[in-house]
Unconditional design. Sequence first.
Length: 345
Amino acid sequence: MEQLSPQLFWVAVPAVIAIFAVYSMGLFGGNQFPVEGRTVLLTGASEGMGLEVAKQLAAKGANIVIVSRTVSKLKEAIKEIEASAKFPDSQQFHYISADVSSTGYAAPVVAEAVQWNGGKAPDIVWCLAGIATAALFLDQPTSLMRRHMDVNFHGSVEMCHAILKEWLAPDAPVEKTPKHLILTSSVAAFWTVPGYGFYGPSKAALRCLIDDLAQEILLYPQNVKTHLVSPGTILSPSFAEEERTKPEITKILEQDDPRQTPEAVARLSIRSLEKGHHYVTVSWLGDLMKWSVMGGIPRNNWIIDTIGAWLVPFIWIYVQFDFYHKLRSYGKKHGHPSLWKKNEA
């Protein structure tokens, strides 16, 4: 085979990289997140970002089920969502009152949604319920950490478990159009600052969870996509309460951070999902923090760790391919995971 000339090589390599980048951004992939005529279940959607997401998805033709604790807020939210509908005469809307921090809440919620949806599981589930308290670590009781984990982490874990049991059941249909499981984390999952010692870990745990689920789901024949939405500062109703307890040093450290409205965060998140992104960020800060997951953590050796951070993305090209190949191959070889224990007996 004739070798490439050095001049052609240095033209070809950037061209290949550019083409790969364009496809990675989803510019030629069409809408990877169609919602028209599909049913979307959202937790924490009675106000703030969750409500805006519900309204914007309704405007794209989705049927919406919202979940939150307070019935009065849910009723008002449903009115706003209905007013946003693309097809008011045919779209359907429903609310369910539930506390996501309560053990066992998710299975009854999913069961009610399935019954309301004519016996079919929702096509898309987006967990948006969350709390944020900003204060120095030692100024907070550890019970508050449990509260953050109960709402932000365990609330999502329970919903993931309940809906995936529906989507990935042995008799669940294998469809061309994927289901979508979306968790709402935060840029604090990539790197946090003093004042978010209880909030940050609860969001970082979601990052670990979604990365695990993205791999485990490959073992099943059904078509399910996973996503992690990681916004920064959202000017939602809860933001004022967060500011009330926030230490001054925290305000100083994040004073230049972008502050976005719930409407903007919802719009940018949906746009990123339509491109097929797994990690969804909605600002330049989010992009930088996502690209630099090492962030500002202390280095063992500045030279070695910095060079390692440059090399790791190239290593992951092989590692991720290898992992995913092994997972898919194992799933095809051993069949549905529900049969593994029987086959091993």
